[in-house]
Design a protein around this ligand. Sequence first.
Ligand code: SF4
Ligand code: SF4
Length: 347
Amino acid sequence: MKFYVGGVSALEKLFLYFKSNGLNIYGPKKDRNSIIYGELNDFSQLCLSPEGISSKTPQSIKNIVHPSSQLFLKTKSDYSSYAVYDNESGDKVLFGIRPCDLNSLYILDKMLSEDPYYSHRRETIKGIVVQECTIPGKYCFCSKVGTGPNTESGFDISYAFIGEYLVVFKSGSKLGESVLSKLFLREANEEEVKLYNEKIKNAKDTIEKNFPLDVKDIEGALEKSINDAELWKEISKDCIGCSNCNMVCPTCTCTEFIDDIRMNGNAERKRIWVGCLSPVYGQIAGMHFRKEQYMRYRHFVLHKFLFSKKEIGTKICVGCGRCIAFCPLRLDLRKTLNSVVSIYGKK
Ligand code: SF4
Ligand code: SF4
């Protein structure tokens, strides 16, 4: 893979290149003291922090391609009803998304392959520019699940900061190669490539230090732990079922329909996100198929690492750490996995 080098100005040129070609730019956007995922009208809005940002924003690409609320149908009081299709339009480039989010997009592709609303939005994405993380965020464990902090495929262009203003670029597709050639970047020298590799290695080492778990053990250990109710009760004893973790997880895709009926007789049918950690999820005809909270938490974890492999052939945790960062009771998925592996990983 060829490496090129430029300054932050080259990055801005790249941004402007896509914009001048009529593409809308979407990505992590600075919004006062927080970060959201949305349209970037100006390069200055782009969050360029070299540190992983997933633990700092409850949003992800999911908010763009599978939004939290989607209008499906409007009905008037005279009962003349009509379908409302997603009116999202305009070709997009995802810009500055982090490697864990890139991986979550390909997981969503598999999970929502039969959802026309998802496909409609997904088809508007015409290019992907990834920012690799040279400093992991507090709760990141991407390297443990193979999704970061760098990336080798599935993007058009990637970039990483090797100095405050020095950026290394890589192309991952013909489109990427052709766009980079228009920026007149120079090829990276040996020193710069070495520095880049060191930065990525340091990021991986930091993750390893924070979460020293042998990932090969996870699936086997989880499988063996399924019927250990006491262990799962202990692990999840603080969980209040708020389902924040589901909402912020870039790969949680469950939804339900709600009908919003107005006083004037008009009504709207919407599809909204719903989380399996919530006590209302699983209620059927007065019964509940996961009655206790530990069962819901256990399901969340098993689905990410075990059941999803059976469903779509891959685990669906990208190690972004959002479920840890945004849990009000600080339940930590890394600790959960450590607990399960420490008991069942060796058996
Ligand atoms: S965010 Fe924390 S407390 Fe809320 S449902 Fe998830 S694990 Fe439980
Ligand atoms: S389970 Fe947690 S760490 Fe894994 S992808 Fe979801 S939010 Fe990120």
